[in-house]
Design a protein around this ligand. Structure first.
Ligand code: SAM
Length: 236
């Protein structure tokens, strides 16, 4: 029997009901409409074992998805056209906002370790894969470089960083991306916040300078945005 992505979403989302309607519907929407989660699973972008750290993990959506993908695979429900999901990957998240940490913990229980902290200063555990999905735009250029340098030191040789950001050279789609993010910040009650984007070419140049080999995948399918997922491998 093969699991559809929708049935994985259903099971991954269910534990968020404990944290309230907002969390439940937000996570459902994210998993349904943001192409990055499907792409990570389908294309086998993660190692089978080791430690994953998700920096700026928000509500822990990726950990919820990976946990449920592993469950379904172990139960024999898996789409044979998809890569095998990670079976022995320890899941760690780091998140700045207390309420998001609390929500993630409520939903994930002991299936992931979620810490409150600022990725600019918190000590990073050694890892085989690091994730930064839509987070670096909140940091200025110097902070972006510094966290990527620290990740390069923390990742084991051959380890992977998955970084998703808007492409500042993405034309009209880039303006939609940036505008939508500003609206979300205002909706969350934040003042007009400075957001720091780079072009895809600039991200690749920075990652290569820091010792990664990089390939990139467009990551806006089905959305009006100009997002790119960079898969950066720490050169051994
Ligand atoms: C757009 S959300 C993305 C959440 C998550 N990566 C995802 O894809 O669902 C950005 C997250 O980064 C967190 N964040 C921003 N700056 C941070 C920092 N300095 N340290 C830790 N988390 C941070 C925010 O609180 C927010 O939860």
């Amino acid at each position: 029997m093969s699991a559809s992505f929708n049935s994985i979403i259903d099971a991954a989302t269910l534990p968020y009901a404990r944290a309230g309607r907002y969390a439940y519907h937000f996570v459902r929407g994210k998993l349904h409409y943001d192409p990055v989660y499907r792409a990570i699973l389908k294309n086998g972008l993660l190692p089978n074992e080791g430690r994953l750290i998700d920096l700026g993990c928000g509500l822990g959506v990726l950990s919820a998805l990976l946990t449920e993908a592993r469950n379904q695979h172990q139960a024999g429900n898996w789409n044979p056209d998809w890569s095998t999901p990670p079976q022995h990957l320890e899941l760690h998240g780091i998140e700045l906002l207390d309420w998001k940490v609390e929500t993630a913990r409520q939903a994930l229980g002991d299936r992931a370790i979620v810490c409150q902290g600022d990725i600019r200063s918190i000590e990073l555990p050694d890892c085989s894969v690091a994730i930064l999905l839509d987070v670096l735009l909140y940091l200025n250029a110097a902070e972006q470089r510094q966290i990527l340098q620290r990740i390069a030191r923390t990742l084991q040789p051959g380890g992977t960083l998955l970084l998703r950001e808007g492409d500042a050279a993405g034309g009209l789609r880039y303006y939609v991306t940036s505008f939508a993010e500003h609206v979300c910040c205002l909706w969350r009650g934040q003042d007009w916040q400075a957001l720091h984007y780079r072009s895809a070419t600039e991200w690749i140049a920075l990652l290569e300078e820091l010792g990664f080999s990089v390939d990139s995948l467009p990551m806006s399918q089905g959305t009006p945005f100009a997002n790119v997922l960079f898969r950066a491998t720490r050169i051994v």
